[in-house]
Design a protein around this ligand. Structure first.
Ligand SMILES: *Cc1c(COP(=O)(O)O)cnc(C)c1O
Length: 381
């Protein structure tokens, strides 16, 4: 783009014309949020706020430096240990965001000339991690384990000693579908590749103990040696981590520029995450309530002939043809006090605009019923 005011205006006008211009809005207070990732309803839990306030009083608001300088403190250390114990992993390394954790984790195990295999619908941060790793980025069709396997076998035939990684969302963020982790784990093992699972939407939610997609499938830690988790979703806090074997995580610490060259997460935020971890472990009723909402939502949609994606997770998208319609229904729902965001390309593939509906233990049964009633009315209009 040339550096002119006209060029910018033309670029923005083109997005407007396609109904694809992004905008930031402050959610109206009091509206019921059906688009957050606060699956367990912990974001506003008083225990998180209290832990955060108490830590801020003692330790201060900011961390003051990167982890490897003087920014690492007792709250970080405790959170890393508690997460590792909960997950049954030898070591956990905190990152400031999931975006940065993915970039750091992948860069640690993949370099120039290595193969990076990714599901086509992986989260943008994983795709960017692949680009920044300088590896050979190759994408397979969504959930296509045969495609992933063929690509790895073919590449391995010419690169006996090269590094390779298979990278996947545990739960796909825009359609709520689970990755075929048992098959991917087997393919990765057979082809001498690392499997990196980004379980941003599975941790805290799936599995009897909320341990995520791996627990859901009954997989062991060494099936997915690199596990990325985020603390800003089901944990209702902020931050992220990479979990794995001791030496591997120490290797990530040596190599990850997104860990080394950035200010450490504030300790009050880590304290809030510790409080959240306690609740994730002790309040199993949150997962039970969430899944009863999912069942009720799907039953009521089926009765009203509202077509949904085959998702068993709290992410329950409603695919609509064009962005204008998705925006219109989203705006109409907002006038009735429901936040249901329209997700448009390039966040999702062209022609697959959607209302990304997410359910939460913070919802009441009446909220679910109101949502399905209004969706049914809005879709008929
Ligand atoms: C949200 C998300 C991230 C990014 O995590 P942040 O902590 O928000 O940066 C990474 N991967 C997936 C699959 C996500 O949904």
């Amino acid at each position: 783009m040339r550096r002119t005011a006209e060029a910018l205006q033309a670029g923005l006008a083109a997005l407007d014309a396609q109904q694809l211009r992004r905008r930031v809005v402050i959610p109206p207070p009091g509206a019921i949020d059906f688009s957050s990732n606060d699956y367990l309803g912990l974001r506003r839990h008083p225990k998180l706020a209290e832990a955060m306030a108490a830590a801020a009083q003692i330790l201060g608001a900011g961390s003051g430096a990167a982890h490897l300088v003087t920014g690492h403190g007792p709250e970080h250390d405790a959170l890393e240990r508690e997460l590792a114990a909960w997950l049954g992993r030898e070591r956990v390394l905190l990152f400031s965001t999931g975006y940065m954790a993915n970039i750091g984790a992948l860069a640690a195990v993949v370099g120039r000339g290595d193969l990076v295999l990714q599901d086509r619908l992986n989260h943008a941060s994983l795709i960017d991690a692949g680009v920044l790793s300088r590896g050979r980025l190759q994408r397979y069709a969504h959930l296509d384990t045969a495609g992933a396997s063929d690509a790895l076998i073919q590449w391995r035939a010419d690169n006996l000693a090269g590094g390779a990684a298979i990278v996947t969302d545990g739960v796909f963020s825009m359609d709520g579908v689970l990755a075929p982790l048992p098959q991917l784990a087997q393919i990765a093992r057979g082809g001498g590749a690392w499997l990196l699972v980004d379980d941003a939407h599975g941790l805290g939610v799936l599995g009897a103990n909320g341990l995520g997609s791996l627990e859901h499938f009954g997989l062991r830690a060494d099936d997915a040696p690199l596990l990325v988790g985020t603390l800003g979703k089901a944990f209702g806090s902020f931050g992220a981590f990479v979990a794995g074997e001791r030496d591997l995580i120490d290797w990530v610490l040596q190599k990850a520029r997104t860990y080394i060259y950035t200010t450490a997460l504030p300790q009050p935020v880590a304290a809030a995450s510790r409080a959240a971890l306690q609740l994730v472990q002790t309040e199993g009723w949150r997962r039970e309530l969430l899944f009863s909402h999912i069942v009720r939502f799907r039953e009521r949609c089926a009765a009203a002939r509202i077509p949904l994606v085959e998702s068993t997770t709290p992410i329950q998208p409603l695919i609509l043809d064009d962005p204008g319609r998705a925006l219109k229904i989203s705006d109409w729902l907002l006038t009735h006090g429901l936040i249901v965001k329209a997700i448009r390309p390039p966040t999702v593939p062209a022609g697959s605009c959607r209302l990304r509906i997410t359910l939460s233990a913070a919802h009441r049964t009446e909220d679910i019923d109101r949502l399905t009633d209004l969706l049914s009315e809005g879709l008929r209009a």
